[in-house]
Ligand binder design. Structure first.
Ligand code: HEM
Length: 466
């Protein structure tokens, strides 16, 4: 059968005609993203990565797979691994009609007009101030950003879901424990075995426990189950919307949706900021850090979304270090489709990964592995760059939390870099910051990121403003 597959015309290593084992091996080793990227560099923008799976990086493929008909092709059962409390949430619905129904309920709370409302933004700013307080306390030592940026993201996302019942993990150790439980989860291998071989997982589940831990988040479950039943949260919150009787969602549906959004909001924003601040702290970025500070100090009253260099820094951070760098798998619809000139049968799995989409086409992103915020300030070809920006995916199933995430990132960076220089702690190694893929997101391998915060004194201020 392998010899007759319509995918045989697609470039790729010979073994992908017969087996997906090399790909699965990389997944188990938390290295899928770089494996797929290397295949793109060797075989081009379209590459076969397994007998029934093809990866793309072109703009036309992104449009076809993720945007055709509004929300693109249906998701694959890969997303079953993210089901919570046995329920399907907006993120885990596979079929686009089911998805559209749920999105109609939720989208309003994530619209930019809702995010920029005072009580929503004030909550983010307060949490950024709590973070800066941590930085100030660490002066003359170092701060583990990995921990505290995840705390910041946890506090911000739960503020948006539950205010006034959001978490306060930057100041309260009990809430920090919840964040640690979610963030230090190590269930990748266990969940992959459950997905690829449910029978093996069932038979050896108990023995497996000692080698590959399942996902267990009792503290987070308690927090969500306790909080999602509240009916008096602020009007801008997601929970307020979910409780509207007209939607007829039961308690478990509501809890599952909230847990999903909480998880979606912690690692993504936390890791995105972590990789970005690490990069900004490198000697090679000293100039970027200086320019960022100059812009912030020269415009103390400007809105966080009206600062061009800050925007460029965030865009370039998400381009170089997309928190979800990995393939977002979709099924080719019945009847088959042609993508980038290749005929694909219905049921084939196709995907794009942000890490490669944002790197492979060097005519749009020259010198793709270098962090260069200025590329986003060059008016030429701006539309091309934005069309290939895939960190939040694209189309109707793209990230609903995008505006919230961008507000959190910019408000935090403004608060920090208006007050401090950052440099890496001497104990950090480059290996600590290598990508370690999880099911869909990637985190720093060492799960630590120590930086030193050096306050900007008045003298330095006036020098940098000259
Ligand atoms: C920098 C931060 C973030 C990045 C890079 C990011 C990226 C993404 C990506 C790539 C997807 C599509 C996943 C797929 O198709 O499999 C997605 C979906 C989603 N994101 Fe985010 N995200 C971020 C922050 C957030 C935040 C703060 C929230 C909010 C609470 C959030 C909630 C969601 C939800 C609910 C979905 C599912 C959307 C749907 O299926 O319609 N994300 N995100």
């Amino acid at each position: 059968q392998a010899f007759l597959s319509p995918l045989n015309k697609i470039p790729g290593p010979w073994y992908t005609k017969f087996t997906s084992l090399p790909l699965k091996w990389r997944e188990f080793r938390a290295e899928r993203t770089t494996h797929v990227h290397r295949l793109h560099l060797r075989y081009g923008p379209t590459v076969r990565i397994a007998p029934n799976e093809v990866a793309f990086t072109s703009m036309s493929a992104v449009k076809e797979i993720y945007c055709s008909g509004g929300s693109g092709y249906d998701k694959t059962e890969f997303y079953d691994m993210f089901k919570v409390y046995g329920r399907r949430t907006m993120f885990t619905t596979l079929n686009k009609d089911h998805h559209a129904k749920r999105k109609r309920i939720l989208a309003d709370r994530y619209a930019n007009t809702n995010i920029v409302k005072r009580p929503s933004l004030d909550g983010i700013s307060e949490r950024a101030a709590n973070f800066v307080q941590r930085c100030a306390e660490s002066v003359n030592g170092s701060l583990d950003l990995y921990i505290y940026l995840h705390s910041y993201a946890f506090d911000c996302v739960t503020h948006h879901l539950f205010h006034p019942y959001g978490a306060d993990s930057l100041r309260d150790i009990k809430d920090e424990e919840i964040m640690r439980e979610v963030t230090f989860d190590d269930s990748l291998q266990n969940r992959l075995i459950g997905y690829y071989s449910p029978t093996l997982h069932k038979i050896f589940g108990k023995i497996l426990y000692f080698f590959a831990k399942p996902r267990e988040t009792p503290l987070a479950d308690d927090f969500i189950l306790g909080t999602s039943s509240k009916t008096d949260t602020a009007p801008f919150t997601l929970l307020d919307r979910l409780h509207e009787p007209v939607f007829e969602l039961d308690e478990l549906d509501i809890a599952a949706e909230c847990l999903d959004h909480m998880a979606a909001g912690i690692d993504t924003t936390g890791d995105g900021l972590c990789f970005l601040m690490w990069e900004l702290s490198q000697p090679s970025s000293a100039n970027h850090q200086r320019r960022l500070r100059e812009e912030l100090l020269a415009n103390p009253g400007a809105s966080f979304d009206k600062l061009p260099f800050l925007d460029a820094v965030v865009m370039e951070g998400l381009r170089c270090f997309p928190p979800i760098p990995m393939s977002l798998p979709r099924y080719v619809p019945d009847g088959g489709r042609v993508i980038d000139g290749y005929s694909l049968p219905g049921g084939a799995i196709v995907s794009c990964q942000a890490y490669s989409v944002q790197r492979v086409d060097e005519s749009v992103f020259p010198d793709p592995n270098t962090f260069k915020p200025d590329r986003w300030l060059d008016g030429m070809d701006d539309a091309e760059r934005k069309r290939l920006f895939f960190a939040f995916s694209n189309g109707g199933r793209g990230c609903v939390g995008k505006h919230l995430a961008l507000a959190e990132m910019k408000i935090l960076l403004r608060a920090v870099y208006s007050k401090f220089n950052t440099v890496p702690d001497k104990t950090m190694t480059m290996t600590d910051m290598e990508m370690s893929d999880q099911l869909i997101s990637s985190r720093p391998l060492g799960q630590r990121c120590l930086l030193s915060f050096i306050p900007i004194n008045e003298g330095a201020n006036s020098r940098s403003q000259q």
